[in-house]
Design a binder for this molecule. Structure first.
Ligand code: CA
Length: 240
């Protein structure tokens, strides 16, 4: 097995932070770094030999906003998974956190096994992301870079986080239609109150980007109250 992977917990509630640190350390997979402020978090991440594989990041911190800190990390090119610890029902926390480049979130109060499951899932994704390349129609899909490349036309399509996640999930469904609500939960999270209208808007924009003719969709299909991805569509055209 690999060595314990360092995780940084950024949380100003000292009791919560200590409990988290202790319980996460118990499972043996992770070593814990702790920060009570953004300044401490920045110092921990930028220390010379620092290695940090994932960050658990509170939203409200004494010296600033965790979401802005996350956005800053991304601007600095730091790409490790960031999981926001948000207030209960704080949908805006979640949306803004994910917009800021967080990978996932858990709402307080959360169960430790739920949190750990999220961390493991994000690390798995992250570990595979550099090499992760999928073929969707005429495109090469690089989720880590949020890019679709169309080699035949030398074209590069930039995707938003949401578009990337929608495509990833539909790709994994291997052509099976995914009900709107399932997709919504997967991409926005189970506790989100985002409506299917929002999903439809994202699908619309995604089609504008990826379909040769958005009025006659071939890749991103509407089916059975949801959406399906025909990853093989358009390949014969690209090859021709
Ligand atoms: Ca706080």
């Amino acid at each position: 097995m690999t060595d314990a992977r360092p995780i940084l917990i950024v949380e100003d509630d000292a009791a919560l932070r200590a409990t988290l640190a202790e319980q996460i350390a118990l499972c043996g997979e992770f070593s814990i770094l702790e920060a009570g402020t953004l300044a401490e978090a920045g110092a921990a991440l930028n220390a010379g030999e620092a290695r940090c594989d994932a960050v658990l990041l509170d939203v409200g911190l004494p010296d600033g906003d965790g979401r802005e800190f996350c956005a800053e990390l991304r601007r600095d090119g730091k790409r490790m998974p960031v999981i926001m610890l948000t207030g209960a029902d704080a949908e805006r926390d979640v949306v803004r956190g994910l917009d800021a480049g967080a990978n996932d979130y858990v709402a307080k109060p959360f169960r430790l096994d739920e949190l750990l499951a999220r961390v493991r899932a994000q690390l798995r994704v992250f570990d595979n992301s550099e090499d992760a390349v999928f073929t969707i129609g005429p495109y090469v899909f690089r989720p880590s870079a949020k890019l679709l490349l169309e080699p035949a036309r030398g074209r590069k399509i930039r995707l938003t986080d949401k578009e990337t996640n929608i495509l990833k999930f539909l790709y994994r469904a291997a052509g099976r239609p995914v009900p709107r609500q399932v997709l919504l939960n997967e991409v926005w999270g189970y506790s989100s109150s985002v409506t299917t209208h929002t999903l439809e808007t994202h699908i619309y924009r995604l089609r504008q980007k990826i379909e040769a003719d958005p009025t006659r969709t071939r890749l991103l299909l509407t089916a059975n109250g949801g959406y399906g991805l025909d990853a093989r569509a358009g390949q014969e055209a690209a090859a021709a």
